[in-house]
Design a protein around this ligand. Structure first.
Ligand code: ADP
Ligand code: MG
Length: 503
């Protein structure tokens, strides 16, 4: 993805010479090395980032990870050792100081942790000064516009006070108004709420949300987990590197520290288009997160054919079922035939350690597994046309029964259909002498309850969880069952066939 390294000087640079340079902000192979008495220190290790117009990005990471260095490359406060910084088609890394100041005045609003308002000027004058320095707007409109900005940040009533006469949070709101003085498309803030209480921080972020809604692009460094959620994208920096954003997305349940740990332990792998990543039945020893491309999830049918049960893409994971269950892969996962697939893999020991540590990830995984098992089972028995599958399976519910617990009782009115996801079930029928007789034994992938839905109304037999273990079933309402019969020819045929043998 490298661009020409001998970029032309900024004033002659053609913004769209390279079509791939589509992002509003583009950082290419960005490296920052600090020279210290103790030697060289690489604070940024070849960062590649693209930011679209209108994005609201939270930049997070431990203290010393490189957040400020990263931000300073974008604002031009500091220069990269190598690599490129493009913003709105301008090569920032090539600007000299004069060009930089001019560019910044028009295009960038900067907000710092300590508000840095000039103490001898009133709040209003601080904003007017920012406009004067940039030579924008004529004299008369400057004051007017400054007042409007103070209104925007709800500080108009204090316009003529000195900074020292208002609170920290209020000063920061004025600093934001000042950053907006020249109506820049981009606002960059380095820990703007770092010295404010959480209620005040809330107000600042609310203001950012408002600005993003009005079309601004905002990058904000923050330590505050509650505020991170307001951004629509998170960039995690760890040891001068950006943690893969799909990894962050996939493991959103983790804390920042846990994420950084995972990042240190994962191994990136590439699979050619169409190649098999995991195979059903094999022992599984890795957990995978997709960082590029798409995979097909396939399950073997008893007759040896395979059914496509799911498709997963960037930011989703697979391989968790074997690690949390029997140890054997429950499905085959293959790179889609269209393009190669990139994953990051976590070995089972690291995965187990993570699960032990994170309740929220564990909870999320159990929900995901349940959902996937349901989709797989429904797909396995019905082969619903692609596209209709998700619509049908999105709201499926599952139920779990203890050994010997009754699921449906003979003679009652039936209104649900059941597919076995885990465990086994006995079908029993009442005998004239009052005893019960097991007439069938059902396993994973088999179903029951259809006869009543097909017209018999009353259950013709009882079904209970086998004595050997718990039974987990997907339940479909009569309506969902009817949809299944209507959308899937194979399911309808199968049901009719089974119906003949069960009657
Ligand atoms: P953060 O903002 O995430 O806390 P910084 O970007 O400020 O981190 O710093 C990243 C690393 O670079 C730190 O280890 C810091 O000590 C080092 N560093 C930052 N600025 C300089 C500098 N001017 N000279 C030498 N080292 C620096
Ligand atoms: Mg910092």
């Amino acid at each position: 993805m490298g661009l020409a390294t001998s970029a032309s000087p900024a004033h002659t640079a053609t913004p769209h010479a390279d079509k791939r340079r589509s992002g509003f902000i583009e950082l290419r192979d960005l490296v920052k090395v600090y020279k210290t008495p103790a030697g060289e220190f690489t604070a940024l290790k070849s960062l590649n980032v693209e930011v679209g117009k209108g994005e609201f990005i939270a930049v997070i990471g431990k203290s010393g990870s490189g957040k400020s260095t990263f931000i300073n490359m974008i604002t031009g406060i500091d220069r990269p050792t190598s690599g490129e910084v493009w913003i709105g088609g301008t090569a920032i890394h090539n600007l000299n100081e004069t060009q930089m100041a001019k560019w910044r005045g028009k295009n960038l609003g900067i907000v710092f942790q300590f508000f840095q308002l000039l103490p001898t000027l009133t709040l209003l004058e601080n904003i007017v000064l920012a406009m004067e320095l940039n030579g924008q707007h004529d004299k008369k409109t400057r004051r007017e516009r400054a007042m409007q900005l103070l209104e925007l940040v709800e500080m108009a009533e204090q316009a003529n006070k000195l900074p020292s006469a208002v609170s920290g949070g209020q000063q920061q709101r004025v600093a934001i108004a000042r950053a907006l003085a020249n109506d820049p498309p981009l606002i960059v803030a380095d820990e703007p709420t770092g010295s404010l209480d959480s209620k005040t921080a809330d107000k600042i972020f609310l203001l950012f949300e408002k600005l993003v809604a009005s079309g601004k692009t905002i990058l904000v460094v923050t330590h505050d987990n509650n505020q991170v959620k307001r951004a629509n994208r998170t960039i995690v920096i760890s040891d001068g590197e950006i943690v893969n954003e799909y990894l962050v997305q996939a493991l959103a349940a983790l804390t920042q520290d846990q994420l950084v740990e995972v990042k240190r332990k994962v191994k990136p792998l590439i699979y050619p288009a169409g190649s098999t990543i995991v195979r059903q039945g094999e022992t599984g020893d890795k957990f995978y997160i997709i960082t590029q491309g798409q995979v097909d999830v396939l399950i073997d049918r008893p007759d040896g054919s395979q059914v496509l049960v799911n498709q997963l893409h960037e930011g989703q994971y697979f391989g968790e079922m074997a690690l949390l269950g029997s140890g054997l892969r429950t499905a085959t996962v293959r790179a889609s035939i269209d393009s190669e697939v990139g994953v990051v893999a976590l070995d089972s020991a690291a995965f187990n350690a993570l699960i032990a540590e994170s309740h929220s990830l564990r909870d999320e995984l159990s929900i995901i597994i349940q959902q996937r098992q349901m989709i797989e089972q429904v797909q396995l028995i019905s082969t619903i046309p692609e596209g209709k599958l998700l619509a049908l399976t999105q709201h499926l519910a599952s139920e779990t029964y203890a050994p010997n617990a009754t699921v449906i009782r003979q003679g009652t009115i039936g209104d649900s259909f059941y597919i076995i996801v885990e465990g086994e079930a006995d079908v029993v029928q009442d005998q004239p002498d009052g005893s019960q007789k097991v007439i069938n034994h059902l396993r994973r992938g088999q179903y029951f309850g259809e006869l009543a839905l097909l017209g018999n109304k009353r259950r013709t037999a009882s079904v209970r969880a086998a004595a050997s273990g718990t039974l987990k079933v997907v339940t479909l309402s009569k309506e969902e069952f009817d949809t299944l019969v209507q959308t899937s020819d194979s399911f309808r045929q199968h049901v009719e066939e089974v119906q003949r043998t069960r009657k």
